[in-house]
Each structure stands twice: as structure tokens, then as C-alpha cells.
Design a protein around this ligand. Structure first.
Ligand code: DQA
Length: 140
């Protein structure tokens, strides 16, 4: 089973970026823990600050992976193109947010992705990725 993790803009700064909101662990550290916890799963990890690169990765992982965990970060709230990319693939996509977007500024309450995803996990910290893995494992 291949699970693709795709992270959007500014998530390369996890660990130092607003630690009171996003925690103090880097994604690279967390990714190692995740791989260690699920040795039978093949994980791929892609991060970009560029919308088009994220769209291309969703298209690619729609063919190459069995499930996608997508934290599109700020593009969640702006990108019709990413929403269309999710609609274009058959692979299930789980929308992930580290913070609780519904407890934050109103402009974060709307997502162009949620309606295209199988579900959304928001506000449970980095643990949300692991919970997404648990869901995809049950679905495969
Ligand atoms: C985020 C929430 C978004 O609103 C924000 O723009 C991010 C990260 C999260 O993981 O909580 O960059 O997706």
C-alpha cells in the first residue's frame, strides 16, 4: 500500500513557524516516526510552496498511490484548481489541517477541497496525518 502525503505552502517551516499554532516538531521528524510506526506502508512525501506543483503532484499520486493525505495549507481556501485536481482522480484524498481551521479566522472556514475529499481532519495536530493513515488502511 502506497500513501502519499502532500503538504502545501509554508509547511516546510513546521517546527519554527508559529509553534503555538502548529507545534514545535519538524515535518521531517514526524515523517520518520510515521514510517517507523507503519513499516508495511510505502509513504511518499512532497511539499511545495507553488500551487501548480501541488496540482501536478495530486494528478501524479492519483495514479501512483492508493490514498493521499493532502494539507494544502493556505491554498485550501483559495484554489479551485486543486479542488478540480482532486475531482479528476479516483484515489481517495483525505484533507488534513494541523490547526482547527473552524476555530480560527473566518477566511479559513471555507475550503475548496472538502467537498471533493473523502473527509477532513482538522485541529488534531500532526496526529491528524496518522489518523488519516488509519482511515486509508481500513479502506484498502
Ligand atoms: C493549515 C491551516 C491553513 O489555514 C493555513 O493556511 C496553513 C496550515 C493547517 O495545517 O492547520 O498554512 O492547513
Amino acid at each position: 500500500m502506497h500513501i502519499a502525503i502532500i503538504n502545501g505552502p509554508n509547511l516546510n517551516l513546521l517546527g519554527t513557524r508559529e509553534p503555538e499554532v502548529y507545534g514545535s516538531q519538524t515535518f521531517e521528524e514526524y515523517f520518520k516516526e510515521l514510517q517507523h510506526k507503519y513499516p508495511a506502508i510505502k509513504f511518499s512525501y512532497f511539499q511545495s510552496n507553488i500551487e501548480g506543483e501541488l496540482i501536478s503532484e495530486v494528478q501524479k499520486m492519483g495514479v501512483e498511490s492508493d490514498g493521499v493525505l493532502l494539507n494544502a495549507a493556505a491554498f485550501t481556501h483559495t484554489s479551485i484548481g486543486l479542488g478540480d485536481a482532486i475531482s479528476a482522480i479516483k484515489t481517495p484524498v483525505v484533507e488534513i489541517h494541523i490547526s482547527n481551521i473552524y476555530a480560527r479566522e473566518e477566511y479559513r472556514h471555507h475550503s475548496y477541497l472538502t467537498g471533493k475529499c473523502v473527509g477532513v481532519i482538522s485541529g488534531l495536530g500532526l496526529k491528524g496525518y496518522e489518523l488519516g493513515v488509519e482511515y486509508l488502511k481500513c479502506e484498502m
